[in-house]
Design a protein around this ligand. Structure first.
Ligand SMILES: [Zn+2]
Length: 100
């Protein structure tokens, strides 16, 4: 089971308290009406699925209820860092090397 640190509650809690929210940093297009159907489908459905470091959203559903971002290694299933939306994204390569 994953232990996830909520950046708002500042506690490590079991994964069961959280809900996965998909890839982080997906921005809705400003000119959605000008997009083709294929471009819109890509925005809605196409996501990265890396083997390695991945940036994703989580929600502390059975805690404070807030959304936050995390950097997770999909190979080891280890959360390398968590941070609030609007905070700078940690350098995934530095985290993978163990730099904090
Ligand atoms: Zn929380």
């Amino acid at each position: 089971m994953l232990l996830i640190r909520c950046p708002y509650c500042r506690m490590e809690r079991p994964e069961l308290e959280f809900r996965y929210g998909g890839e982080a940093h997906i921005t809705r297009p400003a000119e959605a009406s000008a997009m083709s159907d294929a471009e819109w489908a890509d925005f809605l459905y196409m996501r990265a699925n890396p083997k390695g470091v991945h940036v994703e959203r989580w929600r502390h559903i059975h805690g404070c209820g807030r959304f936050f971002n995390s950097v997770r290694d999909t190979v080891s299933d280890r959360i390398l860092a968590t941070y609030k939306p609007g905070e700078p994204r940690p350098d995934p390569d530095a985290l993978a090397r163990g730099d904090r």
